[in-house]
Design a protein around this ligand. Sequence first.
Ligand SMILES: Cc1ncc(COP(=O)(O)O)c(C=O)c1O
Length: 427
Amino acid sequence: MKYINIKHPDQVVSFAQAVTTGLGRDRGLFFPETLPVIGDMDSLLKTSFVERSVEILSHFVGDAFERKTLEEMVSRAFNFPVKVAAVENNVFALELFHGPSLAFKDFGARFLAECLSHLSSRPTTILTATSGDTGAAVAHAFFEQTDIRVVILYPEGRVSQFQEKLFCTLGKNIETFAVRSDFDACQAMVKQAFEDQQIRTSIHLNSANSINIGRLLAQVCYYFEAVAQLPQHDRTVVSVPSGNFGNLTAGLIAQAMGLPIQRFIAATNANDTVPRYFENNRWSPNPTQATLTNAMDISEPNNFARIQWLFKNSPEALHSVIQPHSVSDTQTRELLSGLYESNYIAEPHTALAYGALKTSLQDNELGLFLGTAHPAKFSEIIETETGEAISIPPEFESLIEQPLLSEVIEPDFDLIKDRLLGANAFN
Ligand SMILES: Cc1ncc(COP(=O)(O)O)c(C=O)c1O
């Protein structure tokens, strides 16, 4: 399988190159040259999650790994459950938060860590921007990995306390910076570092954001698992809480491979660049707004370019498969308490996806919304809305006492550059 830089389609690379470099020339994103179509879907859906994921990923990794190695990598990366929970008669939640950092990002980050441990031939700095969950997933996936230094930028005060503790207390090869700005500013600094000639010649940088195609491909696997666990239905609608649109891109790839999903709902918060784009065909990001669903506070979603590439920039094709829907904070609060009254505890991102699903789900359809983070990560909001205290899973309790090791900085690229080029965790 080859990968195309969608900004400069003349740049075509192998899976190993796409994953180890992260971004293509001129910050272009990589995308598979062709998408494999699964011949016998019914048989594939009958296999176990790990076995099926190996089969799916084998199409994408090509000859980068022996089959046996890929099996070992996937078994190690996906060593926690994916659960489908019934919420209403025809509505289900895909719970993707039972991994080590309690968020869906564990799938992509852990598979990427496996890939890099096999493919990197030199010390690598993983530079990543996070609006919350990526940081925790990446930090845990790469913690103590030899020859890997992880540098994480996040918007100060815009991630929950538990989220911050999850990735800013590890130390060793994990360095964290609390940036006095929003997520877009963090992401812009990461992109600038990838462009910077001096940084590029001095250290080997990689990104573990959903910019990296390796991460995205791992996410394709759980859409198959969802369909395997759901009651059989020919009209399945999937609602994806979207910020950077990586998760939705993975779902669309699964659908293009033949997975029977009728349509997707791209659920956003007030950062509604995509819903507005669908209305008037104009890409006009507003300044990013802080919302309850902080991991989705993104007004310039990186992965949307991949979605447009997949649909060959055809607005008709986009509209036929994706329906965007923007949900306000007030609605999210109501959804969260409504779900609680129906005996399902959801954190805000998950509740938002549920709400967006319900706006258009028909009686003859089967609805699935993605549960992207564990309720314990947003316990403060849930407690305020429902009165119920959400306890942190016992294995995480000791974290709360640990000090934060982050450096608080202004959104100053030169400072980050200095840190990247300065003394680092390789020595
Ligand atoms: C809990 C949660 N939900 C949803 C999202 C949005 O996912 P994506 O950026 O892939 O659209 C994120 C991303 O950080 C997240 O952490």
